[in-house]
Design a protein around this ligand. Structure first.
Ligand code: HPA
Length: 246
C-alpha cells in the first residue's frame, strides 16, 4: 500500500481516489490543521487500481505543533501498512529554469527547521532519502507523457512567514532549488520507519525577490489547484504501468 500526503491546494488529487473509507484526523489521534486548503482526513481506497491512503491536509510546525505531531500521520499510515510514501507540497522556486506552475521531484533536501521528529539514538541514513529507483520510474513516466518534471533540492523552513530576498539568496547559495514549510520532517520519520519515499514540489511562485509580485497564500492555493491535474496523471501512470511494488 502507498501513502500519499497532499500539500496546499492539491486536494483535487484525493478526488481521483475510489474511496473505501475516510478517517478524520481527530479519529486517528492527529491534531487538526487550521490552515485553509488543509482539510484534515485520511482517504483510503484505490488510485488507478492500487491501494492507497491519501492524507488530505497536514499539520505544520508553524501552527505551533511539535515535530512529533507533524509526523504523526506518517506513523499512522505506516501502522496501516504502507511501505511507500509520496509527499507533495507547495513551494516557491529559486531556480530560473523551474517556472511556477511546474513540478519538481525532490532529489534531496535541506532540513532548516532546526528540529527532528526522531527521539533517541536513531542515526538514520539519509544519503538516499528520496529513493533513486522510484525516482527513475517517475522520471521515465513524466518523459513518456510529455510532462515537465524538474528535479532538485528542497529547503524546508519552519515559517509561517515567507522568506526575505536575502534569505532566498542564502538558500540559493546553499544549493536549494525550492523552498517550503513541510516535507523534510515527514521524510526523516518515514526513512526511520524504513518506508520508500518520493516527494514532489508544486512550484507555485517565484521565491521572494525573484519577481515583482508580493507572495500571497491564495495564489499558492490557486496554482496548486491548476497543477494538481498533472500530478494525478503522473501518479496514475506510475501506479498503473509499474504496478504496486511493496
Ligand atoms: N516560500 C515558502 N513556502 C512556500 C512558498 C514560498 O515561496 N510558496 C509556497 N510555499
Amino acid at each position: 500500500m502507498i501513502g500519499i500526503v497532499l500539500g496546499s491546494g492539491l486536494g483535487p488529487l484525493a478526488d481521483a481516489v475510489a474511496v473505501e473509507r475516510e478517517v478524520a484526523f481527530a479519529e486517528a489521534g492527529l491534531p487538526v490543521s487550521s490552515v485553509p486548503g488543509h482539510a484534515g482526513k485520511f482517504v483510503c481506497g484505490k488510485l488507478a487500481g492500487a491501494p492507497v491512503v491519501v492524507m488530505r491536509g497536514r499539520v505544520h510546525l508553524y501552527e505551533g505543533h511539535s515535530p512529533r505531531s507533524v509526523t504523526a500521520g506518517v506513523r499512522w499510515m505506516a501502522d496501516q501498512g504502507i511501505t511507500r510514501l509520496i509527499l507533495t507540497n507547495a513551494a516557491g522556486t529559486l531556480n530560473p529554469d523551474f517556472p511556477p506552475g511546474t513540478w519538481m521531484m525532490l532529489s534531496d533536501h535541506l532540513n532548516l527547521t532546526g528540529v527532528t521528529p526522531l527521539e533517541g539514538a536513531d542515526f538514520v541514513d539519509l544519503s538516499a532519502a528520496y529513493d533513486p529507483a522510484w525516482r527513475a520510474e517517475f522520471r521515465a513516466a513524466a518523459l513518456a507523457s510529455g510532462m515537465p518534471l524538474h528535479e532538485g533540492v528542497y529547503a524546508g523552513l519552519r515559517g509561517p512567514q515567507y522568506e526575505t530576498p536575502a534569505e532566498i539568496r542564502m538558500l540559493r547559495a546553499l544549493g536549494a532549488d525550492a523552498v517550503g514549510m513541510s516535507t523534510v520532517l515527514e521524510t526523516i520519520q518515514a526513512r526511520s520507519l524504513g518506508l520508500t519515499v518520493a516527494a514532489f514540489s508544486c512550484l507555485t511562485n517565484w521565491a521572494a525577490g525573484l519577481s515583482n509580485t508580493p507572495l500571497d497564500h491564495r495564489e499558492v492555493l490557486a496554482t496548486g489547484n491548476q497543477a494538481a491535474q498533472a500530478m494525478i496523471g503522473l501518479l496514475t501512470k506510475v501506479l498503473t504501468t509499474h504496478g504496486t511494488p511493496t
